[in-house]
Design a protein around this ligand. Structure first.
Ligand code: ATP
Ligand code: MG
Length: 599
């Protein structure tokens, strides 16, 4: 190694927090000449201004394994063209552009062109059916949509009559006989100039609209503003250890907030190379990308890690025996609780522990993480990042933070369980739920944002996830977090994945029931059931261990990769399934993949 090369020094946790201020961090951004902030400018223009236009921004791995690169200069040109197209089409500032696109270069030029032009971007998940697509475009008052011909014909054309405000549909591949009412993306962008000057942008101007995953009910439209980019940039350095020269791969689908905040924005603002995978999940393919692209920082999701664990070869050999993963330096996860088992697996299989990070669509960026400079605590979400103040709040009967005369009660005692709250005011905080001002207001009390997740904090200040307020089980006087039970079950060699709910019981009030997906080599017979039940009872004690186990061939997941416990519960109790628009359904071959969160 070059003797002059100096590794970037990660400050230790205490000193980073002690000296941190968002105002000071603002100097990390380039900033617009008039003092404004624009996400697109930070992602693209600044690198050209700093003379780094020839660096590789995106490296796209095709389904066939081909690799194509795009420099920051080309990305700037492509997004400039799209920004001009939006102006030519007459979209006003603040009007919304939707994307229904997989990972491909045009997605990036559309997103960045929209942001640079001060229009608002809303990404949709390509695996949504026509109904969820229509619902979101109606709610979001979509003015323009960028998609492919195939997706348009299957998912948008049937619902177009419901979308009179959708003025422009731009198809990447319109073909010789384009569907009526559509425009050609290539024709429009080819005719547009390839330089664009970002106009003054107020840091509090809306930039993005993200729909939540819909795990607990109907998805909410969270509005984010341009200054969020400060949090995207800073948290990527602290929580993902992202630095100049890195090759970064975020597996999250671009239809979710993670795919935007960390799949697109954060790495571009750092000027690193982002790996863009057009293909599907397959263990060998993913290991191949990590190795061949020399990925240094990898951000993925528990559901993907569990699938890799499940696919581990029977001979016990690590993937490192077949793939050279020596470039990999940092692995992180988000979206669902990260079972300790997955952290240990990372150490053995990848040679690195997996760092859990916690956040939500509403927080816009990582809030709590196993800090890069700290040793990982398996099973813990980590500690609040610099600039983030968190607390555990006492809950009332309904399992949410109790607010008395406008005040909340902070639980200081280590191990006490309560609702996770964040002191409001960080740059990437959502600024509203679309059309639901009261629901937004109800998220705040006494200067805190209430997350809806239950946690505890240990004596050293590390946070431990207990469950979503809706998922927590009250059984025979105990408060049981499904995560703890699921993690214990996963330590049994036969268990690939588990989903745990409370089921009403005449005697106990509620009993714990586990739905267990066995690993392929274990037949789900009564003997295995007894074995897993006994194992759980030894690990958890009789009060917390499941009373019932049902073997399943699949667990319901949201398309962002979360186990939908409310659906398990509804099915168990014969209740209506509620909003299942984000349920992962079996898709035609070639489209299914475990997308990282998303939160
Ligand atoms: P909805 O709000 O519509 O029900 P959702 O909460 O699943 O959907 P997201 O914003 O995508 O939508 O997900 C955020 C949630 O995901 C968090 O509130 C938390 O419950 C869960 N989550 C994310 N990361 C973690 C983590 N590291 N550990 C535990 N839970 C996590
Ligand atoms: Mg939520």
């Amino acid at each position: 190694m070059n003797a002059l090369w100096v590794a970037p020094v990660m400050p230790d946790y205490e000193s980073a927090r002690a000296t941190f201020s968002w105002r000071r961090e603002r100097s990390r951004l380039a900033g617009l000449p008039d003092g404004g902030i624009n996400i697109g400018y930070e992602a693209v223009d600044r690198h050209l201004r700093e003379g780094h236009g020839d660096r590789v921004a995106l490296r796209c791995v095709g389904r066939d394994g081909s690799v194509a690169a795009m420099t920051f200069a080309r990305l700037a040109a492509g997004s400039s063209r799209f920004a001009h197209v939006l102006e030519t089409l007459g979209l006003e500032r603040g009007e919304r552009v939707f994307t229904l696109l997989g990972r491909r270069f045009e997605l990036y030029s559309t997103v960045l062109g929209t942001l640079r032009a001060g229009r608002v971007l809303c990404p949709l998940f390509t695996a949504f059916g026509p109904e969820p697509v229509a619902l979101r475009m109606e709610l979001g008052n979509a003015r323009a949509l960028v998609t492919t011909r195939e997706l348009y014909e299957r998912k948008v054309a049937p619902v177009r009559p419901r979308l009179p405000h959708l003025r422009h549909v731009l198809l990447l591949d319109p073909g010789a006989d384009p569907p009526p009412g559509t425009l050609s993306f290539p024709a429009l962008t080819d005719a547009a100039p390839d330089e664009y000057t970002v106009q003054p942008t107020d840091p509090a101007e809306p930039a993005l609209l993200h729909f939540t995953s819909g795990t607990t009910g109907t998805p909410k439209g969270a509005v984010h503003v341009h200054e969020a980019v400060l949090a995207h940039h800073v948290t990527a350095a602290y929580a993902l250890d992202l630095h100049e020269g890195d090759v970064f791969w975020c597996t999250a689908d671009p239809g979710w907030v993670t795919g935007m905040s960390y799949g697109i924005i954060a790495p571009l603002t750092h000027g690193v190379t982002t790996v863009v995978d057009e293909g599907d999940f397959a263990p060998a393919r993913w290991y191949g990308i990590l190795a061949d692209q020399h990925v240094t920082v990898w951000y993925t999701a528990p559901t993907a890690l569990r699938m890799l664990m499940r696919a581990a070869p029977r001979d016990g050999s690590a993937p490192t025996a077949r793939h050279d993963l020596s470039s990999l330096r940092f692995v992180a996860s988000v979206g669902e609780p990260l079972n300790p088992e997955a952290v240990h697996w990372g150490r053995e299989a990848l040679g690195l522990p997996v760092h859990d990070t916690w956040w939500q669509t509403e927080t816009g960026a990582i809030m709590i993480a196993n800090f890069a400079a700290d040793p990982v605590r398996p099973g813990s979400m980590g500690r609040p990042l610099p600039g983030v103040e968190a607390a555990v709040l006492a809950c009332g009967e309904d399992g949410r933070a109790a607010v008395t005369s406008g005040h909340v009660q902070i639980l200081q005692e280590p191990g006490a369980q309560g609702e996770l709250a964040l002191r409001s005011g960080w740059p990437s905080m959502f600024r509203g739920y679309l059309h639901e001002p009261q629901r937004y207001e109800a998220c705040f009390a006494d200067g805190w944002y209430l997350t809806g997740d239950l946690v505890s904090r240990d004596a050293d200040g590390w946070y431990w996830f207990v469950g979503r307020a809706d998922d927590v089980i009250k059984s025979a006087g105990h408060l049981i977090g499904p995560f703890e039970v699921e993690s214990a079950l996963m330590e049994h060699p036969a268990v690939a994945e588990a989903g745990v709910i409370g089921r009403p019981d005449e005697l106990a009030g509620t009993i714990v029931k586990a739905f267990v997906l066995p690993r392929p080599e274990y037949p789900p017979d009564p003997q295995l059931r007894r074995d897993v039940l006994a194992f759980a009872r030894r690990r958890l004690g009789p009060a917390v261990a499941p009373r019932e186990i049902e073997f399943v061939e699949d667990l319901p997941h949201t398309r962002s990769g979360k186990v939908m416990r409310r659906l398990l519960r509804a099915r168990e109790l014969g209740l209506p399934e509620g909003d299942v628009s984000t349920l992962e359904a079996p898709e035609p071959a070639g489209t299914a993949r475990p997308s990282g969160k998303e939160p």
